[in-house]
Design a protein around this ligand. Structure first.
Ligand code: RRO
Length: 298
């Protein structure tokens, strides 16, 4: 079951999707139980930005048919808050897991910036921390100048990845956006720019209307207006996008999107994913990653 990924040794191929499992809160809730049964072979942080952010006004979640729409809006402590307060706690959790299970889950920090300059600062600061094994760059972020998502345009994506790549020696994973015309072209652009791996899919842009009375103007339910759809509702889209990307790049591909079972994970691996991330299912069952990994093993 062990997997080599960008020079890291993982005990099995199941990891978490960024922003879908808060290991620090899980340790508060489950105590040592979390360490005995840590669900993931590597742990990916929620997206970190340079400055702290409060996130979107509530409501932030909508339960959709076979999934959910989130409009969380990147709440986080900012780079320095994360490095000072969260990273030492995550490293302690990883060391506790190693004591119980024999393997420490490598820590992957997910970052987002609105320009190459911002991303360079994020990557360079993370590069200095030995607790961090790899970096994931979330490119579902509007460019400060054009307003278009950095990851949606292959040429812009290649330029940004090439510009930021030298600022870290750690493996760099580019988390692609599915909200683009040709995700495989974007994956090739990330590879050409110097990415060591790509991960997909992030959530599909979506919205929901609040219930309204006859004659009343209908408004979006989510405080942020629009959000991202995840869960089993997007699994078939994820399978198609992961398959298309795996055929066009030679770097490793991390697949995710609506995985609930070992059979779903297997589908993504059969079309070319070397690791599979579990996201929305962990909200329903925080131990889902461990269950899926052990189902896969048997
Ligand atoms: O924080 C969010 O609202 C969020 C992010 Br950064 C992301 O990459 N994907 C998502 O569904 N939500």
């Amino acid at each position: 079951m062990s997997v080599s990924f960008c020079g890291l040794e993982l005990a099995h191929p199941i990891i978490n999707g960024s922003g879908t499992f808060d290991a620090i809160a899980a340790r508060r809730a489950f105590g040592a139980g979390l360490l005995h049964g840590f669900p993931f072979a590597a742990y990916v942080s929620k997206t970190i930005t340079l400055e702290p952010r409060e996130g979107n006004p509530p409501p932030r979640l909508w339960e959709a048919a076979a999934g959910m729409i989130n409009s969380i809006g990147l709440p986080n402590k900012g780079l320095h808050g994360y490095l000072r307060e969260d990273l030492p706690q995550l490293a302690e959790i990883a060391a506790g897991v190693a004591e119980q299970l024999g393997n420490a889950p490598p820590l992957i920090t997910n970052v987002m910036g609105a320009s190459a300059t911002e991303i360079v600062r994020l990557l360079a600061a993370c590069d200095e921390r030995e607790e961090i094994a790899a970096l994931e760059l979330n490119v579902s972020c509007p460019n400060v100048k054009t307003g278009l998502d950095i990851g949606a345009d292959p040429r812009q994506l290649e330029d940004v990845v090439r510009a930021v790549r030298p600022s870290t020696r750690k493996p760099l994973i580019v988390k692609l956006t599915p909200n683009t015309a040709d995700v495989a072209l974007c994956a090739q652009a990330a590879e050409a720019g110097g990415a060591d791996a790509v991960s997909l899919i992030n959530t599909l842009r979506a919205t929901a209307l609040a219930p309204g009375w006859e004659g009343e103007e209908r408004r979006p339910w989510l405080g942020g207006g629009t959000g991202g759809l995840s869960g089993p509702a997007i699994r078939a889209v994820a399978l198609a996008q992961v398959a298309a990307v795996a055929q066009r790049v030679s770097i490793p591909v991390i697949g995710m999107g609506g995985v609930r079972s070992a059979s779903d994970a297997r589908d993504l691996m059969d079309v070319g994913a070397c690791l599979v991330a579990v996201g929305t299912e962990s909200f329903r069952d925080p131990a889902a990653g461990a269950r899926i990994a052990s189902e896969l093993a048997s």
